[in-house]
Design a protein around this ligand. Structure first.
Ligand SMILES: Nc1ncnc2c1ncn2[C@@H]1O[C@H](COP(=O)(O)OP(=O)(O)OP(=O)(O)O)[C@@H](O)[C@H]1O
Ligand SMILES: [Mg+2]
Length: 245
């Protein structure tokens, strides 16, 4: 199996050298845990190594993304000029259009890496997709009039997320999908489903200890890989982040 280096020092060592090529990894955490930085570093380091990457954002402007990268000395504009990096700031809530645009961006630079920031926003903003799904619900309600299943909404969401992750997998890029975390408890993502639909899960958390706040990373799952499950502190350096052993 080919492995793709995450570009985050200390992380590849926990996952047998890198994530399996073509896999989709959920990067889950609550606000400010470092999801965007982890994902941008994955793209930046990949691009430096000659693997083009596309950053899809629902949340940040292009300018903010460039600034966030500059603090670590990552010149993404220069990589963009060399067709090693592209950024797509989503400006439509038509999910079919979003997916088509991602595909054309990926094809254009022959991207090997992809980041969606965030999958949570993508699912919440997919209005056309939703209306199509609700037609499906109507159909199912007719078919199963006597169904006692009380969680139709939940069932639809699950199918919806699996369908979108399936579309992303069909791009054959190695993908980091950012996900907003729930409020603790037994689920990793707020939607409670994404972690099952993806091949891997990197969880980012915050630990408060004696007035100090520590950011932590743990690999929760990675299909086809023996992983070391630790809660590892994230260190910020001048050139990016690294994971403490
Ligand atoms: N150079 C740095 N040194 C220390 N901490 C930093 C540095 N740069 C950013 N941070 C921390 O990283 C956090 C932002 O990381 P990032 O934007 O990746 O989080 P996020 O999980 O994507 O947040 P959100 O959910 O709001 O999108 C900030 O809260 C900040 O505290
Ligand atoms: Mg972010």
């Amino acid at each position: 199996m080919e492995r793709v280096k995450t570009g985050i020092k200390g992380l590849d060592e926990l996952i047998g050298g890198g994530v399996p090529e073509g896999s989709s990894v959920l990067v889950a955490g609550s606000c400010g845990t470092g999801k965007t930085i982890v994902s941008l570093q994955f793209l930046y380091k990949g691009a430096l190594a000659g693997e083009p990457g596309v950053y899809v954002t629902f949340e940040e402007s292009k300018k903010k993304t460039i600034t966030q990268c500059q603090q670590f000395g990552w010149d993404i504009e220069e990589l963009e000029n060399r067709n090693l990096f592209d950024i797509y700031v989503v400006d439509t809530d038509d999910l079919d259009e979003v997916l088509a645009n991602i595909r054309s961006k990926v094809d254009k630079i022959n991207a090997k890496r992809l980041v969606i920031d965030s999958l949570t926003m993508m699912m919440e903003h997919g209005t056309i997709y939703r209306s199509r799904i609700s037609k499906e619900v109507g159909k199912r309600e007719k078919e199963k009039v006597k169904s006692r299943f009380p969680m139709k909404g939940f069932e639809v969401t699950r199918r919806d997320i699996y369908a979108v992750v399936g579309e992303i997998n069909s791009l054959e890029t190695t993908s980091f999908l950012v996900s907003e975390a729930g409020d603790g408890g037994e689920y990793i993502s707020r939607d409670t489903i994404s972690e099952f639909a993806c091949d891997g899960v990197i969880q980012l958390t915050i630990n408060e200890l004696g007035g100090e706040i520590e950011k932590l990373l743990s690999v929760r799952k990675l299909r086809g890989t023996e992983i070391t499950m630790t809660l590892s502190p994230i260190n910020f350096t001048k050139t990016g982040i690294e994971i403490e052993e």
